[in-house]
Design a protein around this ligand. Structure first.
Ligand code: LMR
Length: 402
């Protein structure tokens, strides 16, 4: 039965992270996975989450959750995206379900699109998160890229993107990163978002927004501008959310899917189909992580404390970006100024695959093979060593001979 099997390739992100763990060199630098690390290199727990753990510890029941998970949690999660006063919540033209992180949410969406024959094609930015295509392909949908990055690889190719979206056949889905584009850190401006959403609406394309980094770009509210514009201007859309990063709950797998519908009748039909998709996948989600998020979002003092701590993380990443780019400017000719301007955890460094391999093999500094770096993996003790190694592989500033 298994004779014909060949070895599957390692995952470009999580597979590389396994290699990092096996690396015995003392001064290793991990800029691989999108995980926020503090100044000491640890993944911090939010104070509000610690407090939520204490508050719910005696309250966790053993029974299954419903297929769509904790509905109070799902509503709070949706409100975080659209704002509690969104007209959607009054009119009932929405459906939300708890999911297994953002990835699990995307897979529910993929299964739903396939089983209900909503569309057979999902278009995605080029580049996109390495797992996006696999998730939709696994459900039997085809994926196609549209241009996103400019030729220098540092900014948005807005005209190219709009021109491509204009050509996509009506009825296809378009997957966008709600904020903090992964892997590039390049996001559309507010006006560009407006133009993109206008094209999606005009051409009758289904927006799917992947929103895994809310709070790490321009702020908790600013980062959901695209979600709010979609909710205002498009009848039918899908938003996938993750609390892995902004609640630092990576291994709890807490996420949500939000379906925006034409009206409340459609919402009822859709709910039944989403439940069928979840039931055939993992039956129903686990309770604990969602209970933590629900407790924090639903308790004003914990929510404020969480927001403040998240904001401090965001600002620290922005400082790291500036320090990193400045340190590189002092050491090499190569232009890394774009890194200071981008948002979220990631940047496309512009390093070639060969340079990435050299950094790993000679200096124990790990980037994803496509040159993506997790800026949130930098700190005072590894920034200098990292920039020195990068200068070494791209070529140092020539010493001027007077
Ligand atoms: C990443 O892009 O590094 C994260 O979303 C983690 C993952 O699952 O790839």
């Amino acid at each position: 039965m298994f004779e014909h099997l060949t070895t599957a390739p390692d995952d470009p992100i999580l597979g590389l992270n396994e290699k990092f763990k096996q690396d015995q060199r003392e001064q290793r630098v991990n800029l691989i996975v999108g995980v926020y690390q503090d100044e000491t290199g640890e993944i911090p727990e939010f104070r509000a989450v610690s407090e939520a753990r204490r508050r719910i510890s005696s309250n966790v029941k053993a029974n299954y959750l419903g297929i769509e998970g904790d509905q109070v949690y799902a509503k709070l999660a949706s409100e975080l995206l659209l704002g509690a006063d969104s007209p959607r919540f009054r009119s009932g033209n929405w459906v939300a379900a708890q999911s297994l992180g953002g990835t699990g949410g995307l897979r529910v969406v993929a299964d739903f699109l396939a089983r209900c024959q909503v569309t057979n094609t999902v278009w995605h930015t080029d580049p996109t998160w390495v797992n996006h295509q696999s998730i939709f392909n696994a459900a039997g949908l085809q994926t196609k890229p549209f241009p996103y990055l400019d030729s220098a690889g540092k900014g948005l190719d807005f005209p190219g993107m709009i021109a491509a979206l204009e050509q996509i056949p009506a009825g296809h889905a378009v997957l966008l990163h709600g904020c903090c584009h992964n892997p590039t850190g390049v996001d559309p401006t507010a006006d560009q978002w407006r133009a993109v959403i206008e094209v999606l609406q005009k051409r009758n394309l289904l927006p799917i927004l992947d929103c895994a980094y809310q709070g790490f770009g321009d702020g908790l509210e600013a980062d959901v501008l695209a979600c709010r514009l979609v909710s205002e201007h498009v009848n039918e859309a899908i938003i996938v959310q993750s609390f892995s990063k902004n609640f630092s709950l990576y291994n709890q797998r807490v996420g949500a899917v939000l379906f925006l519908t034409k009206d409340s009748v459609q919402a009822g039909t859709l709910r039944s189909q989403v439940k069928a998709a979840i039931r055939a996948n993992y039956s129903n989600p686990p309770q604990y992580g969602a209970a933590l998020v629900r407790t924090v979002l639903g308790t004003p003092e914990l929510r404020t404390d969480w927001q403040n701590e998240l904001e401090a993380m965001r600002l620290r990443i922005a400082t790291l970006r500036r320090r990193f780019s400045q340190s590189l400017r002092e050491k090499c000719d190569h232009d890394f100024s774009h890194i200071a301007k981008q948002s979220g955890m990631f940047s496309f460094s512009g390093l070639t695959p060969e340079q990435v391999v050299r950094l790993r093999d000679e200096f124990a500094i790990y980037f994803v093979g496509n040159g993506r770096m997790n800026v949130a993996g930098l700190n005072e003790s590894n920034l200098e060593v990292t920039t020195r190694a990068i200068a070494e592989v791209v070529g140092r500033v020539p010493v001027s001979v007077s």
